[in-house]
Design a protein around this ligand. Structure first.
Ligand SMILES: [Zn+2]
Ligand SMILES: [Zn+2]
Length: 492
């Protein structure tokens, strides 16, 4: 990506939860900054680093505070239980004032759940280089794309011999405010003043009367679902993945109007790039007149089976993204992908890396905030109705797109990975012996999945908890006509 080099010299902002990731016993606090800087330098990041350490600072020994502040680490006092939410709020605010390219690092054990979901959404819109460090709880929900996720202690101890005790670039920030009290919105530049503040009557009263900020505020919850076209996306390619199971063609609807409707809906919000559409379903179940009408308007078909339906859609998306550099747009027409975090994870990760625009259409509006940040969302029925009133103009524009879209393989069997150039060939393939064999193989394999999954879980349980107790075997033994041998009890 072109922005990558700029990010490597851009600023680096670090939010550090000192309670989750404390300074190890006997470790010099003045070495924290050099260690963090070293970790970045080793990975090729050379921009200026600013670090803020969050904790209940009334509990932090004076020599630690001195060690941190003398190396240009800002210190923020938060009440216990509110560190994570205050840190996150500060990070969101910082992002608002510091557009990318830049790099952010979060040192905490709480990058998970609502936090990683919200951050994954933020990262889809504004892509910052992301680094994580943790002490005991590693972020493992696979929602976030990051460059590194290090163990905190390792990061501190990796430090080589002769490490500089005073930060190189860090003291540039020594003129800035170094101490914050997040409870009172108080800040100062001297440790003495800071400590005086924390033990003051005013501070004590403020903490007593103000409830702590324990709840993580989602920054993206209120985001609008519709954004106007960005100039670089307005004429870029648009790829449509259409899940025909979730969003079928309504009874009596002319299938030839699907493409014009989609095109019109995009034009209305300012996108006029070439559109390619692939329809996913068990195409043996699709009525012939739908196949004919859709393919006459340049819609491609992918044949799938229910058990591999989404995996094939997602792997097609991955293939598409590997040959379509940003800017480009993707429209996903699917209830399942729109609402399921599990199904949309890979697309979410891709959107954090690439400057793609994402659109969703679904027959039922997702109950929860989708993982994917979209530039527009439609209800499938209303999307299809777009062409109704302006039929005349639509047929014209679909004509132009047909040429673009029909250049690729129009019919693909996603089970045998075989492309067919015509509907006849496709039908022939779907009823061929080889295809039936492949279908049976995939069906048998998928249907045995719950059994294999159960077996896997049993063996995992055995590994963790040990094998079944002897009593079980004893119960079996009499059936075979043997009495349990008392000797076996000694074995427990
Ligand atoms: Zn205070
Ligand atoms: Zn096949």
């Amino acid at each position: 990506m072109s922005g990558n080099d700029a990010a490597k010299t851009g600023k680096i902002e670090v939010w550090w939860d000192m309670k989750d990731c404390p300074i190890p016993e006997g470790y010099d606090a003045g070495r924290v900054r050099p260690s963090i800087e070293r970790a970045f330098k080793e990975r090729g990041y050379t921009g200026p680093v600013s670090i803020t350490a969050y904790a209940d600072q009334t509990q932090t020994p004076c020599h630690v505070l001195r060690g941190l502040s003398s190396t240009g680490v800002a210190v923020a006092h938060t009440r216990s239980g509110s560190t994570c939410s205050v840190m996150y709020r500060d990070m969101v605010e910082w992002r608002g004032q510091n557009p990318p390219p830049a790099t952010i690092m979060i040192i905490s054990d709480q990058v998970q759940g609502d936090l990683s979901l919200d951050l994954a959404r933020l990262q889809q819109r504004d892509r910052y280089g992301l680094f994580l460090a943790y002490s005991t709880k590693r972020c493992n929900d696979f929602l976030l794309v990051y460059f590194a996720n290090c163990r905190w202690r390792q990061l501190l101890l990796e430090e080589g011999e002769g490490a500089p005790l005073v930060a190189s670039g860090g003291l540039s920030s020594s003129s800035a405010v170094m101490f914050y009290c997040k409870s009172c919105n108080f800040d100062c530049q001297s440790l003495k003043k800071f400590r005086k503040h924390l033990s003051s009557y005013k501070h004590g009263m403020e903490e007593a009367i103000k409830p702590p900020d324990t709840k993580l505020l989602s920054a993206t919850k209120t985001w609008a679902r519709n954004y106007p076209a960005t100039p670089e996306h307005a004429t870029a390619n648009i790829h449509v993945l259409w899940d025909m199971n979730d969003c079928p063609i309504p009874e009596g609807y002319d299938a030839r109007r699907v493409r014009p409707s989609i095109e019109r809906a995009f034009k209305e919000i300012g996108y006029s790039g070439p559109i390619s559409i692939t329809a996913y379903a068990d195409q043996k179940q699709t009525p012939l007149h739908h196949l004919l009408s859709l393919s006459s308007t340049g819609v491609d078909f992918a044949h799938t089976l229910p058990w591999v339906h989404y995996s094939r859609m997602i792997s097609d998306f991955e293939r598409w993204s590997s040959v379509n550099p940003a800017p480009a747009s993707i429209l996903i027409i699917s209830d399942e992908v729109a609402s399921s975090k599990y199904r949309s994870k890979i697309i979410c990760r891709s959107l954090q890396k690439n400057n793609y625009n994402c659109f969703l259409a679904y027959s039922v509006r997702p109950f929860e905030m989708p993982l994917l940040v979209t530039s527009a969302e439609w209800l499938w029925d209303s999307l299809l109705a777009v062409s109704e009133t302006r039929r005349h103009t639509l047929e014209k524009c679909s004509e132009s797109e047909r040429v673009v879209a029909s250049t690729g393989g129009m019919f693909c069997c996603k089970l045998c990975l075989c492309d067919c150039k015509s509907l006849d060939d496709f039908n022939k393939h779907l009823s061929s012996k080889e295809h039936t064999k492949e279908e049976n193989r995939i069906t048998t394999h998928s249907q045995s999945f719950p059994r294999r999954h159960r077996e896997f879980k049993i063996s995992k349980y055995h590994d963790e908890e040990g094998y079944p107790p002897k009593t079980k075997r004893m119960r079996k033994a009499p059936r075979k006509g043997f009495l349990p041998r008392p000797l076996r009890f000694t074995n427990v």
